[in-house]
Ligand binder design. Structure first.
Ligand SMILES: *[C@@H]1O[C@H](CO)[C@@H](O)[C@H](O)[C@H]1NC(C)=O
Length: 215
């Protein structure tokens, strides 16, 4: 085999391996409980000494308690990432509890590193996500229904029922990240220039200043 063929073959092998592992890398040991105090920068969090690990490292409590939805959006989320739950490190999962007051909204946002699977425990939600071709997939969810929000796509959940909503999600990353569209564009610090935002959203400066002042 000519050298250039070997190079090409190797490149394809590496490419296909990286496609297989397109989400988080598989663990190389039984566990790697996060040492959230470690000064070492790695892809993830450094491991705590395994001989010091206890069952408590694999336990998180408190998701029985509703979040405080007394805010403008009528919404609260308790996202339990590796920061709060060291045992999650390297496993590619996160859990969260979502609470919605009447007409509460989880505003349009995306998770750059995770697909989300949401289950409604109580109440009714109108949920949806928007594809890269701007197609909206939406659905009314009732108790016991499960919905999947594909990785990276903008999505929302809105309480359309006549009672508060309790829901839980699992996400396919130990640190899914949240990009809240309105906050990231209108609440950026330092602010994105008026020229850019007014042109992007076809807004006059006064309206733009008003929107920015809300964030
Ligand atoms: C909920 O949040 C509101 C607004 O910040 C606050 O006034 C209220 O005391 C909080 N309620 C509880 C139970 O923490």
């Amino acid at each position: 085999m000519a050298f250039s063929h070997i190079v090409r073959f190797t490149f394809l092998l590496v490419l296909s391996a990286s496609l297989v592992f397109a989400s988080e890398p598989s663990p190389l040991q039984d566990f790697c409980v996060a040492d959230n105090t470690s000064p070492v920068f790695v892809n993830g969090v450094a491991c705590k000494n395994p001989s010091l690990v206890t069952a408590d490292d694999f336990t998180f409590s408190g998701l029985d308690k509703p979040g405080n939805t007394s805010n403008q959006q009528g919404f609260a989320v308790n996202l339990v990432t590796v920061d709060q739950f060291p045992g999650l490190n390297t496993f590619g999962v996160t859990v969260e509890r979502l609470d919605f007051a009447l007409k509460g909204l989880n505003s349009p946002h995306s998770h750059p590193r995770a697909t989300e699977v949401l289950t409604v425990i109580k109440g009714s939600l109108y949920v949806g996500f928007i594809t890269t071709e701007n197609k909206l997939f939406s659905k009314v969810m009732n108790k016991g229904d499960v919905f999947v929000f594909p990785i990276g796509l903008v999505h929302f959940q809105y309480n359309i029922g006549d009672c508060e909503v309790e829901a839980f999600s699992v996400l396919s990353s130990q640190d899914p990240g949240v990009v809240r569209i309105a906050n990231s564009l209108f609440g950026a610090n330092p602010a994105i220039s008026d020229d850019i935002l007014s042109k992007a959203f076809m807004l006059d400066k006064k309206t733009l200043d008003y929107i920015q002042s809300q964030f």
